[in-house]
Ligand binder design. Sequence first.
Ligand code: C5P
Length: 250
Amino acid sequence: MTTLAILTAAGSGTRLGRDVPKALVDLGGSPLVLHAARCLAASGVVDRIVVTAPAGLAGAVSDVVAADAHVACPVRVVDGGPTRQASVAAGLALAGPEDDVVLVHDAARPLAPPELVRRVVAAVRAGHPAVVPGLPVTDTIKRVSPAAATRASAARPDPGPVVERVVDTPDRALLRAVQTPQGFDRALLQRAHAAGAARAAQEDVAATDDAGLVEALGEEVHVVAGEESALKITTERDLALARVLLEGRR
Ligand code: C5P
């Protein structure tokens, strides 16, 4: 009975505007992917890590992660795919029958603490086959119809700024902003990826998280408490906040 962690690191991260993929962007002296791998290894509940690397960079990612003294478990690096979903599927292909639990974690969340990894794995091992960490949301969230649909109905010569029509306002108390690592019974995750495989090639239809594929099967997904420090790095502002958090830890 072992836990395999798939560490997704194959994205380009264009919104950071760097000349290296996001997973290789530096945070306090180490690339994001190395921080994330260290967090998985430090949890003590991960037996193996498979990293999905950007095209042509598997060797560079392997040099960084597999050679690190703090990443004590075995690491393999595979080429990622055109979408996150495809990258996870590429990592999942390396799961074996001995891996009863599979975690999927984003290199874009480099500071997820080891206790979060342990919490997710503990919930899966306690009998919940699909588990995601989540935080209550503080903003009021509105569901909208696409801007294009709204604009098409504007008959005026100058339609003004782009607007989106509000469809409804979900009860905020029932919303959670979900994070990674997400944890799964391995057979369930394989079934979810097999069923959703047709979506994997195209960004506009691909799943943005693995729990979504499990939900599409009609299977239950459960939420455990997330962590503020597991924030996702998308913009320079996120990176600046992560630097502050890292300094605080040191
Ligand atoms: O682009 P985004 O930040 O949503 O990506 C989430 C995670 O998925 C990142 O860690 C990124 O490296 C990874 N990813 C991937 N393969 C892709 C796209 C994203 O492994 N094709």
